[in-house]
Structures are given as C-alpha cells and as structure tokens.
Design a protein around this ligand. Structure first.
Ligand SMILES: [Zn+2]
Length: 72
C-alpha cells in the first residue's frame, strides 16, 4: 500500500494512516510526468511491475495509460 499523495510505500495500514494525516503532499499530490520519461524506460517500468501485457507493439501513449491504471 502507498500514500495516495506522495506515492511513498508503507508496510502497514496503521503507519500509512498516521502518515496521511501529516503528508506534505496532501494538498498537492505528486503527479508522475510520464511524458518526460523515455519510451524505453516506460516499457521497462511496465515489465518490472510484472504486467502480463505485450508492450513491444504499443505506442508511448498506450503504455502511459497502462502505467496510470496501475497507480490506483
Ligand atoms: Zn504521503
């Protein structure tokens, strides 16, 4: 589980909830700028997350969509 604001990962719901109360990014959530990441790096990000999808033939925008869906 991770903080919805700053995307930092936590091991337990308890620590996550404590953190969320005081998260510095509460009012200004971090947005990953996928457009700024090179195409090959985006591909390896998808693959490193163990997604069972074929990224080889996908366009950059399609890969970004996949990564955004995985965030939730
Ligand atoms: Zn946070």
């Amino acid at each position: 589980m991770k903080c919805p604001y700053c995307k930092i990962k936590f091991n337990s719901l308890l620590t996550l909830n404590v953190h969320k109360e005081s998260c510095l990014y509460k009012d200004n959530p971090v947005q990953v700028d996928y457009e700024a990441i090179p195409y090959l790096e985006l591909k390896s990000m998808v693959m490193s997350k163990g997604m069972d999808i074929k990224v080889a033939n996908k366009k950059k925008t399609e890969i970004i969509e996949v990564l955004k869906e995985m965030e939730d």
